[in-house]
Design a protein around this ligand. Structure first.
Ligand code: A3P
Length: 875
């Protein structure tokens, strides 16, 4: 039997030798030669076909194992740095303007107008539904930039557009342009008239549609569209007057997000493109077709119908559109909605000496840090990394890393700004350490490790900061909540400015660029128009926290900040700058003075906040519900009736007023939650408000009588009518009395503010008239709302007292105990002219209250509200 292998040999030796040409032709020459060689290297060549496969597989396996070993063992070894250094990416932003290849001057148009404007700096946004995606994105962008806005669902009747002789909105935005084009004639004419009269512009987004339209005309306009396109390579019209924040000159290379773009084809001189893009070559189009720039954002100068517009052929998913949208608002509002172009940048490095051995900075890392700082200074004048130093962990690395520490310490004073990291348990020891190292302790800026105590406020920390370090400014990501970033705010507590910190995605564990959450691609995305880029665009003041480990190894932080700064320079006209933390803090509260007062959230609402709250403070110490009615609405009656319940206890009365502790409207508020904790409460259920409302006109009159009874000289000297009609030129004490008398009755305004912090389900509104005439029913409803089990039987504990003219507590079987003399006073009825005047005064507030009650789900409105709104009833 001949085996496959032996047969080849046999065959070749068996064949008679042919002449050379014939052998060549038959391939036998090669065969013989190969066989000859094979006999010399039998392992490689003289193998069967199956063995070759095995050989290849073995090689492959060997390669995979080698890669595995490299990844798992070498990366953490001391040799790793040698290997990784070569792969350290350099910041590379494709920008012809920065390299000087394109010369497009940076022109930030000033949109302010010399004309007398009659519009408010507010945007009216028409959305398709309250849940539509683009509508939400628009609202978020406006919130981020602190631009005031109102959202209306398209298709309903128009909201009121004017207030006296002033336009309530500076720009109108349509999430779906078709909703504007298809508006019913009446509303459309009304809206267009408003826009012309008040010189208000419109922004419209052309929506994606299932049907592809080619050359379709926009209803009523000399403008044609082509929809559902895939586009690439967006560029801007450098001559457009809209560009302010956005800088033209570069192309956003690559495919634009989405496959449902609309491009415009205008047929009138009123239109001017603001941005173009080209067709995506993947669509099998000729090269010429893919080169033609197609307008994706179009400006309507208003030549055609007297209204200026900006039309977008895509939504806000494309980052550049977000910038163009902000510029459009600025342009169309004649600068009323222009954002400042100055951006402060502060990059903190949380303790520069904290890091695991093997991941700490070496000398060449310190050199790189300084070199990058110098390069950034070319773009951001005065920029210096703000290095943190706790006084601990110095010289905790390898010998090479300790040399890096020495170099850093030497440079700390000269080349960087230094910040303090407070170690809460022994600040005095820390001062000694700082002095030993010659580190100045007067920067006035500090951050607390793990945010502990900054918010929710830990009074001891503030005490230590003030006493030991003379700290004036700090920063946190936690106030009022960690998420979402666009809602972060600042506050001042005990004269220490707490600034909101932004997020850059660099954490202690992101040591390598590849380990950035989502990898290098994600990092580049966030830099090039993504989250980090936008954060700086939207925030006038940016404070970023980074960590030492982000600066060693492949120097992720240096890559990130240099890149994003370059990208900002390339695409925006922002003026990047920096200042010492104290100045930045002062600037922040100049920009946002309304943020000075803190908003004390409930730390027990948030697991993270609760965790870092001091151990000796417990959620049980906080009140579970608050009575928030204004004075003279029946709050004492409600308070007294609630206190009758064996399961409810209230705070002790204030030692000064013997009434409620006046937390929200007095100095107690500035003492923080600790003030509430020091009052005694017993808890029932969740954190709720109960508020009482009576006729604001009657409340004002009752309050005036109350003030007279307390001997207030101004109230005694002026009649009620004189008080409520006092003009703005009246003596100050009279004006103050008037305001204190009238302002609390603007219920809708006050309730809206509460509702911006608490969901409507947590609010229970009590009709003060019902509390007075039928307290049993009112208390039963309240018990149901508070879910008190078992309910207290008020019918046997409250009784009408004819002498007092009010319901009082039943005590000792047959006796009643009424509220004091100051509650339920006897006084002459209000004059009719005063009531009529107050009816008119509160008309808009009462109308808003009716709307609010309906929105909150109340089926009927109180009788007093109906009476106040009718013009037939007298006092
Ligand atoms: P008047 O004294 O003007 O009648 P407050 O406690 O918030 O300051 O409110 C005082 C008002 O509570 C009183 O105003 C009174 O009308 C009202 N009220 C309601 N129920 C009452 C009750 N059972 N006893 C006394 N006053 C009551």
């Amino acid at each position: 039997m001949v085996t496959e292998n032996s047969s080849a040999v046999v065959t070749s030796s068996y064949k008679p030798l042919l002449p050379l040409e014939e052998r060549r032709a038959s391939g036998l020459v090669g065969l013989r030669v190969r066989r000859h060689l094979a006999s010399k290297r039998p392992w490689c060549i003289m193998v069967r076909q199956g063995t070759v496969k095995r050989c290849v597989v073995a090689l492959l396996l060997l390669t995979i194992v080698s890669i595995f070993c490299y990844a798992h063992y070498l990366i953490s070894s001391p040799f790793s740095s040698l290997i990784r250094r070569d792969s350290r990416p350099e910041p590379s932003i494709r920008c012809a303007i920065l390299t000087g290849a394109t010369r497009v001057p940076a022109v930030a148009h000033d949109h302010r107008s010399a004309a007398r404007l009659r519009i408010d700096a507010k945007v009216l946004v028409f959305v398709e539904t309250t849940y539509s995606r683009l509508g939400r994105e628009i609202a978020e962008l406006l919130v981020y930039n602190r631009i005031k806005y109102k959202v209306e669902v398209s298709g309903k009747s128009l909201p009121v557009l004017t207030n006296l002789d002033k336009g309530k909105y500076g720009v109108i935005v349509f999430e779906n342009l078709n909703k504007y084009l298809q508006m019913d004639k009446w509303n459309r004419e009304l809206l267009d008239k408003y826009c012309r009269e008040y010189s208000v512009g419109i922004v419209g987004f052309n929506p994606p549609s299932e049907e592809t339209l080619v050359g379709a005309q926009l209803r009523g306009f000399p403008l044609f569209i082509h929809t559902n396109l895939r586009l690439k390579d967006a560029a801007l019209n450098a001559g457009s007057p809209i560009l302010r924040l956005t800088r033209a000159g570069e192309t956003a290379w690559g495919a634009l997000p989405g496959e449902d773009w609309t491009v415009f084809s205008p047929n009138h001189s009123t239109y001017e493109p603001l941005a173009w893009a080209t067709r995506n070559s993947e669509d099998f189009l000729s090269e010429e077709t893919t080169r033609v720039p197609l307008p994706t954002v179009l400006q309507d100068h208003g030549v055609y119908d007297g209204i200026q517009r900006v039309l977008f052929g895509g939504g806000l998913r494309f980052w550049l559109h977000k910038l163009l949208f902000l510029d459009s608002l600025s342009y169309l509002s004649h600068g009323q909605l222009s954002l400042s172009l100055q951006r402060f940048l502060l990059v903190d490095v949380d303790d520069i000496f904290v890091g695991e051995r093997g991941t700490r900075l070496k000398k060449d890392d310190v050199v790189a840090l300084l070199a990058t700082q110098q390069r950034i200074q070319q773009l951001v004048p005065g920029f210096r990394f703000n290095l943190g130093f706790s006084g601990k962990y110095f010289h905790h690395g390898t010998s090479e890393e300790n040399l890096g520490d020495d170099m850093l310490l030497g440079k700390l004073l000269m080349d960087f700004q230094s910040i303090l990291i407070v170690i809460c348990n022994d600040p005095v020891m820390q001062v000694v350490l700082f002095q030993e190292h010659g580190i100045p302790v007067d920067s006035g800026y500090s951050i607390a490790p793990h945010h502990s105590g900054v918010y929710p406020v830990h009074e001891l920390l503030y005490e230590a900061w003030k006493r030991v370090w003379n700290i004036r400014v700090t920063s946190t990501e936690e106030y009022p909540h960690l998420r979402p970033a666009r809602l972060r705010r600042g506050f001042i507590h005990r004269n220490i400015m707490v600034l909101p910190r932004q997020t850059c995605g660099l954490f202690t564990h992101t040591i390598m660029i590849e380990r950035y959450p989502g990898g290098r691609e994600k990092l580049d995305e966030t830099i090039q128009g993504g989250e980090l880029f936008q954060t700086i665009v939207y925030n006038p003041i940016n404070i970023f926290m980074t960590h030492m480990s982000n600066y060693g190894n492949d120097r992720l932080a240096l890559y990130t900040f240099e890149s994003v700064i370059k990208f900002l320079q390339c695409w925006t006209n922002l003026r990047l700058t920096t200042a010492p933390p104290l100045q930045i803090g002062e600037r922040y509260f100049q920009l946002y003075p309304e943020e000075g007062d803190p908003v004390w959230g409930n730390p027990c609402d948030d697991g993270r906040h609760q965790k870092i709250w001091s151990h000796n403070k417990t959620c049980e110490q906080l009140p579970r519900f608050l009575v928030i009615g204004p004075q003279k609405t029946g709050t004492t009656a409600l308070y007294t009736f609630l206190s009758m319940h064996p399961d409810i206890s209230s705070n002790f009365p204030s030692p000064d007023t013997f009434e409620e502790i006046q937390f929200f409207n007095g100095k107690n508020y500035y003492r923080g939650l600790d003030c509430l904790l020091s009052s005694t409460w017993l808890l029932i259920c969740v954190y709720l408000q109960v508020t009482i409302l009576i006729s604001p006109a009657r409340r004002a009159y009752s309050w005036y009588q109350h003030t007279r009874a307390h001997g207030d000289q101004v109230a005694l000297n002026y009649s009620f009518h004189q008080v409520i009609t006092a003009s703005d030129t009246a003596p100050k004490p009279l004006r103050e009395l008037r305001n204190r008398c009238l302002n609390p009755g603007k219920y809708s305004q006050h309730l809206e503010r509460w509702l911006s912090y608490y969901p409507p389900q947590q609010l229970h509104i009590i009709d003060g008239d019902q509390l007075r005439s039928n307290p049993v029913e009112t208390m039963n409803e309240l018990q149901r709302f508070l879910k008190i089990q078992p309910p207290f039987d008020y019918s046997t504990h409250l009784r009408y007292d004819p002498k007092k003219g009010f319901f009082c507590q039943v005590i000792n079987g047959d006796h009643t105990k009424c509220l004091g003399r100051s509650k339920g006073r006897q006084y002459p009825p209000m004059e009719d002219k005063s009531y009529k005047l107050l009816q008119r005064y509160y008309l808009s507030h009462n109308t808003a209250l009716v709307k609010l009650l309906k929105r909150l789900g109340y089926r009927s409105v109180p009788q007093w509200l109906k009476d106040d709104l009718s013009d037939t009833v007298t006092a």
